[in-house]
Design a binder for this molecule. Structure first.
Ligand SMILES: [Zn+2]
Ligand SMILES: [Zn+2]
Length: 185
């Protein structure tokens, strides 16, 4: 059973607390592209407000993938604060109320509110275009392929030396030994 489906008739009182861990299979609509995701936690409270319901809470988990620079496995934790409203009917007459929400109320029918589609939507919107193991990941050396987070290499120094040699400065330095000596002092 999907614990993100809340039966309204079973609500005790005006508000119900919720803390559910689900896998993406519980969230992903049929046909939607799968994400590389750690288990997702949906935590918060569903509250009855006049003729609508409001869910306020946090959707948390982690995006997974291989680092865009060093190719190591990486996990990017996320914790998204959410505020969703669910309206029995969406007639657009109460515009002032709706401005408090970043999205229009989600229509629901019958005795059930399903939080899964909204949770999935938030996660997809927050998904990073690139995964980095850390913001300052040094990546792989393009020459020797070493992971520069773990070890260093002298490829860059050598490449710089070669570039200088190829640019003709080396010849100039040979022609003006005095100049070379000065810069080395
Ligand atoms: Zn990395
Ligand atoms: Zn290298």
């Amino acid at each position: 059973m999907n614990e993100l489906r809340i039966r309204l008739s079973a609500l005790s009182g005006l508000s119900t607390q919720l803390s559910v861990e689900v896998s993406q299979e519980d969230l992903r609509p049929e046909g939607a592209t799968a994400l590389d995701l750690a288990p997702v936690t949906v935590k918060g409270a569903l509250e009855a407000v006049e003729d609508a319901y409001i869910f306020r809470g946090v959707v948390s988990g982690a995006f997974r993938g291989s680092c865009d620079r060093c190719l190591e496995r990486a996990e990017l934790p996320f914790a998204l604060e959410v505020l969703w409203s669910f309206g029995d009917e969406v007639d657009g007459s109460s515009e002032s109320d709706e401005k408090a929400f970043d999205t229009a109320p989600v229509a629901y029918s019958g005795d059930e509110i399903d939080l899964a589609p909204k949770a999935w939507e938030e996660i997809v919107l927050a998904a990073p275009a690139k995964v980095l193991c850390r913001s300052d990941c040094a990546g792989l050396c393009p020459e020797c392929g070493r992971n520069l987070n773990a070890e260093s290499c002298d490829c860059e120094v050598r490449a710089a030396d070669e570039a200088r040699a190829n640019s003709g400065f080396a010849d100039l330095a040979d022609l003006f030994p005095e100049l070379k000596k000065k810069t080395e002092d």
